[in-house]
Structures are given as structure tokens and as C-alpha cells.
Design a protein. Sequence first.
Length: 464
Amino acid sequence: MANRFVEMWRWQGTIDRKRYAIAGCTAFVLKYFLDKVVAGVVFERPWFLWNYWQPLGPDTRVNAIHPDSRTFAVTLLVLALPFIWLGVTLTVQRLRDAGQPLWLVVFFFLPVINLLFFLLLCTVDSHAVTVQREAAPWPETRRLDRWIPQGAVGAAAMSIALTISVGCLFTVLGTEVLKSYGWGLFVALPFCLGLFSVLVYSYHVPRTYSSCIAVSLVPIALLGAVLLLVTIEGVICILMAAPFALALAAFGGMLGYAIQAGYWLHKGTPATLMVVLLFTPAFQSVERWVKPQAETFEVRTAIEVNAPPEKVWNQVVAFAEIPPPTELLFRAGIAYPIRAEISGHGVGAVRHCIFSTGPFAEPIEVWDEPRLLKFGVTANPAPLNELSPYGNIQPAHLHGYFVSKQGQFLLTALPGGRTRLEGATWYQHTMWPAAYWHLWSDYIIHRIHSRVLEHIRAEAEYKG
């Protein structure tokens, strides 16, 4: 009896459906009462079955969790770790006993779906398979054998078509349903698509490294074209995301090559293939629930003006219309400043900086003439007009995902009646990974600053 209990915690071995059902139900009941005792006695919180879907109640945003709730959540997580390990090992053993590929254990981590998966494994009969088939990326089915061609060209075409279809599905899930432009969409998805494409391509026979990498990259490029044609995205954002997405797809392709090469070259070695394709929607859902806190970034740009601060100040507060842009960046659709107007004088006045996509509303917070003009931002227009064959389209990321929070102009007197003029913007965007997207944002804001500052310099020097 003791040996059987120990074996349940190991990756090796098998377990039939009856013992799997008993062990799983027993572990769940034990965990529920343990959580209930900890919640009620230690933290004085009610605990019911539905709390597993919302353990902290309405206090679910990571950046807004109260310290007591955070301690409670960490305690629950620590208590859950042995049960998670047991659940995974039991599921791996049950999959092995049922003759199914071990990568299906990924369903254990998907909310709601994992309950249906548990019930399904409790009903599937035992079915022995050879050791090498445990590592195969797909269940042993004749239907898949017929659908995926044997030849390299046919297999590549099928792989590309399936990968594009899956990519469109998960992109729509992230952008239109979950409205989350984050790690799930920009990191997990391209990586998993690169991996997925190679596993399909190498279904029948091992493939070369170069062909695997090519097959992992082509669907990502074509997926961008499909997203453009079905009006989900525009040209600009697809081009911005492309370098990052292609690099991650290539990494996924490398992993796929290693998996298929290891499987075909070492068929006698048991392996657990953890295909992360279904990790993408799970990650997107968790990311939507967690709602990471947006970081505030700062961009500063400075020039020197051959005019005293008093002359420059007048142009800073409000400036006449700037000539149409010649830069490709702005002509492609990125929002650019046109003119600035102001209503009132001093703190409390409202400045409106008119952009090609609409006005920024900027209530003045500091009016230190002729040194510092600082303002908040209460209204943000769209950051760009998307290029699309269908004219004006409105992807979700155009509204509320990039927010300017504050801005200022700092004027410093220099010898010889000159002025150092510095523009600064503080902004947030809820697109991750921030380390990648803020590089684009910083570059664009620098270009916007330069357009305004150069115009102010020309006007101040001309009128000075």
C-alpha cells in the first residue's frame, strides 16, 4: 500500500481509470477542506467551491491586491503545489495507461477544461503502446495519417495552412474577445506557432534543420497578410510586431526541430513531449485576469533656439499650424501634431494640441513663465490611422492602449540670448512585453517632439 502511494508521485508507471478517479477525487476533497480550514481559521475568510474561480473575490487585480489578500493568495499557492505535482504525475500515468500522447497533460492546467479532461480520463480504457509512441506529438490515428501528406512539399503546405488557421483563431481570441495585447499574443503565440508548424511538418519523417526553420517562419509572414485582409490589423502594427514575432517563431521552430530529431533518432528513449500550443489561450486568459500594472515611461527631447526664453515661451504656449509632414513615419499613418491652441491663462487654462487623429486636452498644472509649462492630459486621440486596403479600420489597440499622462516644456536661458528648449512626455501603454513596445513608442514620441520643437524654433527665430 505504501509503495503504491509513493508510485503515484512519480512520472514513471501507469494507473488505471478506477484508481485514477479515486485518487483524483480524494485529492480534491482533501485540498478543498484544507483550503477551507486555512481560509476560515487563519484568514477568517469564507471558502466555497466557486472560490477556485475567483479566490480573492473582487480584489483580483495584481497591482491592486491588499497586503492581506496577497498573503492569503501566496498561502493558497504554496498549499496547492503538492496537489499540482500529484495531479500532473497521475495524469501522465493515466495518459500512458490509456495509450495517449503524454503532452495532453497540458489540459490539466486549463480552467474548466481540466474538469472535463479528468472525467474523460476516468472513462477511457487502458491501451498499451510502444515506448517510442509515448513521445510522439500526436495520438496514433489513421485519420491524421491520411490528412498530413508524406511528401515534404505537401507536409509543408498542410503545416502552413493549419498554423495560419490556428494563429488567426488565437489572434481573434486575444484581440477581439479578451482584448489583451500582451505576452500571450506577442510572445506565446508566435513561439507556439513556430513549434506547432514544425511538429506537423515532421509528422511522418524527420526533416532538415533549414526546412524546419523555413516552415516555422512562412506561416507567421502569411498570418500577417491574412490579418490585414480580414481587417483585424493594419499594416503599421503588423510591421512593428513582425521582427519580434519572426524571431520567436524561429525559436519555436528550433525547439520543434530538436523534438522531432530527438524522437526519430532516439525512438527507444521515453520522452514527455509538452507541446505548448494550448498554452497560448490559457496564458491569454490568465493575463486578462491578472491585468498587469502598466509602467510609466518618460521621453525627453531637447534643442537649442537662437532666441531668448521670452520669445520662445509665446510659441510654446500656442503655435500656428505646422506644414504637412515629409517624414515617411507620419505619412504612413502615425499621428502627428498640427497646431496648439490655449483657452485661458496660467494654471487652470486648457491647452489643446491638435493632432492628425484628433486633439489632446492638456490642462495646465504649472505656469512658470518663461521657464516651465507643465500640463496633464485628460483626452487622448488615437495614436495612428491604420493603413489598410479597406480604408479606416479601428483595431482595439487604437483606443486606450496607449495613454499620454503628462507633458511639459522646460526653457533654460543660455549665453548670447539663446534658449535650451526641452519637451518631455510621460506615457503608459498596456501592450507587453513593454521592453519591446516602448522602443517603438519612444522613437515615435521623439519624432513628434522634434516636429514640434523644430517648428517652435523656426517661429521664435523668425519672429525674434
